[in-house]
Design a protein around this ligand. Structure first.
Ligand code: F6P
Length: 342
């Protein structure tokens, strides 16, 4: 068999570990031929390939980013001004020209949605979920999340000492456009005092009062963790900048803002992400060998399994207000910006 592998969407630590997991298992255990597709789905349209022999897969386990490159190109979306696109047809033809028997798509929600559409077109597709946001439907966890959590937690830890020295409010913005998993978990891990996530509508008065209360109780500083995707309320600024300015104006407490940004997506994967990505990759090769296409590998109750792409495509796994972590946070007195959770 000949299989293709691509990575699409935003990068994250662990993609190379997954490529290696698929590639090595496919070559060593199943004797398959493996080819990389460059730059996500656009590489399938432009026929940009990267040979993935066993020696290319050695030494990439610990590397950040993706050796295949990535893009947010959506082949089913017509370009502006057009109503149709022939990209899916081109992809089907190129899949044939390359002699592929299966295609592994490593990516987040957008990628799994496209993977499902390609599967409906008759291609043999296997999805592997990755993203620092941890918001892919159908799996308990995506690789990339643990590495980003480690980085974000370390950043918040570092803000504690400088916040204490200057008796300031420190606002830190954590990635997560739709989902607050990373902000919530990093906030919990690093002892954030206020955590704002997109799934819970915040009231700035609740936040300001909480910070003033802390101040009255003699707590010299506060840490406010803000997910980048918190509800807009007409703001044009970055979430943390907006919240930081409001806090300073409403409380009179000296406030500083840090936007962590792409640091969270860069660098070497954590040991847990290396293992998860390797397990996902190896299982993807196993699914191909069994002909179980139209599926995404996933982790359920610490078991590697698979889920139909039809169930995954187009959905997001968000933090529910009833999530156990939310209950733990409010129980500890952490302010989530809303009084209706208590
Ligand atoms: O999906 C991962 C993510 O890092 C989000 O947290 C963030 O909103 C987005 O990607 C940023 O996307 P881009 O790489 O296109 O700037």
């Amino acid at each position: 068999m000949k299989i293709g592998i691509l990575s699409a969407g935003g990068d994250c630590p662990g993609i190379n570990a997954a490529i290696r997991g698929v590639g090595k298992t496919a070559i060593v255990r199943y004797g398959m031929e493996v080819v990389g597709i460059a730059n996500g789905f656009s590489g399938l349209v432009d026929m940009e390939t990267i040979p993935l022999k066993e020696e290319v897969l050695s030494g990439i386990l610990t590397m950040g980013g993706t050796i295949l490159g990535t893009s947010r190109f959506k082949p089913f979306k017509p370009v502006a001004g057009e109503t149709v696109t022939d990209n899916p047809q081109i992809i089907k033809e190129n899949y044939k020209k390359l002699g592929l028997d299966a295609l592994v798509c490593i990516g987040g929600n957008g990628t799994q949605k496209t993977a499902n559409l390609l599967s409906r077109e008759g291609l043999n597709i296997i999805g592997i979920p990755k993203t620092i946001d941890n918001d892919v439907w159908g799996t308990d966890v995506t690789f990339g999340f643990d590495s980003a959590l480690t980085i974000a937690t370390d950043a918040i830890d570092r803000l504690h000492s400088t916040a204490n020295s200057h008796k300031r409010v420190m606002v830190i913005e954590i990635m997560g456009h739709h989902a607050g998993w990373l902000a919530l978990y990093a906030g919990m891990a690093a002892g954030g005092d206020v955590i704002l996530i997109p799934e819970i509508e915040y009231d700035i008065d609740v936040v300001a009062n909480n910070l003033l209360d802390r101040n009255k109780k003699g707590k010299p500083y506060s840490i406010v963790v803000v997910a980048e995707g918190i509800k807009k309320k007409k703001r044009k600024k970055a979430a943390a900048t907006y919240i930081g300015e409001k806090i300073e104006r409403m409380t009179g407490l000296e406030t500083r803002v840090t936007i962590l940004g792409y640091i969270q997506r860069g660098g070497s994967p954590s040991p847990m992400d290396r293992i998860l990505a390797t397990r996902y990759g190896a299982y993807a090769a196993e699914l191909i060998s069994r002909g179980e296409f139209g599926t995404m590998v996933s982790l359920r109750n610490n078991e590697i399994t698979s889920v139909p792409l039809e169930e995954v495509g187009g959905k997001l796994r968000l933090v529910e207000p009833t999530d156990r972590m939310i209950k733990k946070a409010t129980g500890l007195g952490i302010c989530l910006g809303s009084n209706s959770l208590d």
